[in-house]
Design a binder for this molecule. Structure first.
Ligand code: SAM
Length: 198
C-alpha cells in the first residue's frame, strides 16, 4: 500500500508501516526526527498523489476542548480556529479511500466547524501498552475501529497522577508541544498491524 502519514515529524506511524513492507511517507512542516521517507512541506500539496491510505495528525491547539477557555481570552484565536477546522476538513475530504484523522476531544465550536462530523472511537495509550491517560479521538473512513492490543489500565491506575498524566506535567520548554504530540509507539504498531492488511 501507499500510505501517507500527514502531519508527522516523529516518523512513528510511517516507520511502523514501512517495517511491514508498505511504501509509507510522512509529511510535515518540520523535518523528520528520524531518517525515512519524508516531505518537508504542506501536506495539502500531495493529497492527490495516489495514496491508498492516509493517517493524519493535524494540529489540535485551537480545536481541543482543553483549550476552549482561551477563545474568550484571546480574540485572535477565532480565526485560527476557523483555519484549523478547514484544514481538518480538507484532510477528511482528500481523494484517498482509507482515512484516519486523530485529534483530542474537540470543543463545541470546533465540532460545529467540522460539520459535527462524529468521531468513530476514542482510544487511550493504556489500551496499547502505555500506562498513561490521554483520550484521543479517531475519525475513520473505510477503516475498522482499532482494537486494543495490550490493556494496562490497572497498571496506569496504580501510578501517581503526575505519572499517568505525565504529558500534562512536562515542564515548560520550547519542545514541550513536541513531547506531548508524538504518537505512542504502541498505537502506531497497532495501526500498521491492523490496517496494513485491510
Ligand atoms: C499535533 S502535531 C502531530 C505530531 C505527530 N503525532 C507525530 O508523532 O509527529 C501536528 C503537526 O502538524 C504539522 N503541520 C501543521 N500544518 C501542516 C501542513 N499544512 N502540512 C503538513 N504538516 C503540518 C505541524 O508541523 C505539527 O508537527
Amino acid at each position: 500500500m501507499r500510505v501517507l502519514v500527514a502531519c508527522e515529524f516523529s516518523g512513528k506511524v510511517r516507520d511502523a508501516f514501512t517495517a511491514r513492507g508498505h511504501y509509507a511517507l510522512s509529511c510535515d512542516l518540520l523535518p523528520s526526527e528520524r531518517p525515512g521517507e519524508h516531505i518537508l512541506g504542506d501536506v495539502r500539496d500531495i493529497l492527490s498523489d495516489g495514496w491508498d491510505m492516509m493517517i493524519a495528525h493535524p494540529p489540535c491547539t485551537y480545536l481541543t476542548n482543553s483549550g476552549v477557555s482561551w477563545l474568550y481570552k484571546d480574540e485572535s484565536r477565532w480565526n485560527k480556529l476557523d483555519s484549523a477546522a478547514s484544514f481538518f476538513l480538507e484532510l477528511w475530504n482528500a481523494p484517498i479511500k482509507k482515512i484516519c484523522i486523530e485529534n483530542p476531544i474537540m470543543h463545541k465550536h470546533g465540532r460545529e466547524r467540522i460539520g459535527n462530523l462524529q468521531y468513530t472511537q476514542i482510544i487511550q495509550p493504556w489500551m496499547f501498552g502505555h500506562p498513561e491517560s490521554k483520550a484521543t479521538c479517531l475519525w475513520l473512513k473505510n477503516l475498522p475501529a482499532l482494537h486494543p492490543t495490550n490493556n494496562v489500565k490497572d497498571e496506569m491506575e496504580a501510578l501517581p497522577e503526575n505519572q499517568r498524566h505525565q504529558m500534562h506535567f512536562l515542564p515548560p520548554s520550547e519542545t514541550r508541544w513536541m513531547e506531548r504530540s508524538r504518537t505512542y509507539p504502541g498505537i502506531a504498531e497497532a495501526m500498521a498491524d491492523q490496517w496494513g492488511n485491510e
